[in-house]
Design a protein around this ligand. Sequence first.
Ligand code: ADP
Ligand code: MG
Length: 679
Amino acid sequence: MASLYNVKIEQLKGVGKKRGELFNKLGIYSVGELLEFYPRSYEDWTTSENLLTANHGDAVCVKGQVVTPIKNGFTKTGKYISKLEVFDGENTMEVVFFNNRYISSMLKYGETYSFYGKISRTLNGVQMIAPEFSQKDSDNIHPIYNLTAGLTNRMVSNAVKQAITMLPEKLNDPLPENLREKFSLCNLRFAIENIHFPKDNNSLETARKRLITEELLVLNLGLRQLKNHQRENNTNIVKKDFSQEFENLLPFPLTNAQKRAISDCVKDVMNREVTLNRLVQGDVGSGKTAVAASLAYTVIKNGMQVAFMAPTELLAEQHYKTFVNFFKNTDINVSMLTGSLKQSEKDKVRDAVQKGEIQIVVGTHALITDKTQFYNLGLVVTDEQHRFGVSQRAKLLSKGNNPHLLVMSATPIPRTLGLIIYGDLDISIIDELPPGRQKIDTLLIGEDKRQRALGFIKQEVLKGRQAYIVCPLVEEGEMELASAEEYAAELMLNYFQDIPVGILHGKMKAQDKERVMKQFSDNELKILVATVVIEVGIDVPNATIMMIENAERFGLSQLHQLRGRVGRGKEKSYCILVSNYNYGTSFERLKTMCTTSDGFKIADADLKLRGPGDFFGSRQHGLPQLNISSFADTKSLELSQKIADYVMADSHNLLDDNYRGLKSKILRLFVNTGNSTLN
Ligand code: ADP
Ligand code: MG
């Protein structure tokens, strides 16, 4: 199999240079890659559908006899048309073809065929337009491939057939026999043959299960190796724990969950063997910053520097202020490095960082990773980690002398998924909010109550509070701008005449967005109308209302993040979900929001309902693209986890020759993520 990656697709019979380029367009360059180009779906020709019960719009197979001679003619618009009737033993359907002059020679009156196509139910009875057909009795399940212009399904499937015959007699299976036996997985040849040309539905399932498991296993093991690699060589050993001293600086006592997370981190940095490589995950408002600050304090007190990275300038600024406040009674120098600083100021900060005069620098990722040199960098902290992925993390660590890495994320994700996404990190979870937080009242209202809700917002604003309004979602592009502005204009005209309202939408330049956010956080704007997700992590304690239009269009986790923007201060906060769905699953989902504030429960519900895309947007997790499996498939994730545990116990670091094939699969998977640290 491995050698088939070296056989160019052009070398197949009937492919050649031109057609080869079409395969290239689909990402297929070699015969090996063609074999991994699994069908998008299948046509099941094994069971004939009953015409009486077949649903309008379904693609089905109908086996029947041609009971009329084929009638050819022209439509009103001049198209060549052929019609015939097919009898399935009980009912008839009309079969119609357009612009095919060979139909009369291909289909014979009185003969029986299988027809595969979409059923349409019309006033005149059941119809199938331009179906595929075949007279062979032993017909089976046909693969349907993703195509590109110029390439037909038949061309792809013929090429795959040929490729299968090229598989070597003795096929090296990346899953060795002991694993296949123990976890009831079929061998590679069976899997390849049956994923493309299934003997029957059972064989297809067996093949799928094996390939999915293999893919997730490879991913899982790859991430574990990444972790092992990164954790080697702790060159920044911390000798003394200063977390108690830090706690005495704080105006509040830490929660037990915060203390646990801090102690996890401190243990790691004091460990002589390995580098800290940890994710601190905690719901919005759980106090992750204080955890990071505590670790930073200990690291600095042991003579090293700390870099704190935020995804946006505004967040960087906010964290900067927080750190200045935490460290105000110490000799620690905090500096900020963001794009809006003058060049001379940036140079000054960088110079001081390089000389070691500044112990902690807070800034955006780009600024710190690209040019800044450190005197003695011991710890990197990054906030809101889901914005960048595995490979960026690896790049970060190339800074300085293998610094410790602490990642913070508010995106609650179910455990099984976490093991994959954060497979290269240890995890501490802050599962407790600081005391005295008020529950955010979440209300679900129909559009008929919008006016009252806006009246309520006005009242609160006049009392001194601020509010976010997430306006209706629209398609991306120009429309977005127009409709956000229109929406905001209408609100200003009809409800908020004397109130400063700001607008935030996806088409704005980053610096304009930041300006508006800053005006809002400085309380110059009282109401913020936004189309896009309002900056994660932003902390405006005076904002107490979050109103979300078309709430049913958002993922629950997204709603939870949005809701987390309020309820951050002393005042009572509200989240108003506007939706006209008062029935069905949309309604149930929104109801969940009203009854629970537990981010993990919400994430679990969301994953079940919508799949993992909504956690991260498209591919934001930075993992290699999956070919056949899905992160939403919890069962397979769990199985692959189990097998990975078994493999690691059986052969540490896959050194055993038995796992050679698996190891080369891991390398192949990670090649495209730019992860040179993997070996
Ligand atoms: P997040 O986990 O969402 O990043 P933050 O670190 O921004 O949360 O903390 C939210 C707010 O809670 C901040 O104003 C912070 O000062 C405060 N806070 C953090 N820890 C505690 C605590 N143990 N007791 C009281 N308030 C706390
Ligand atoms: Mg935060």
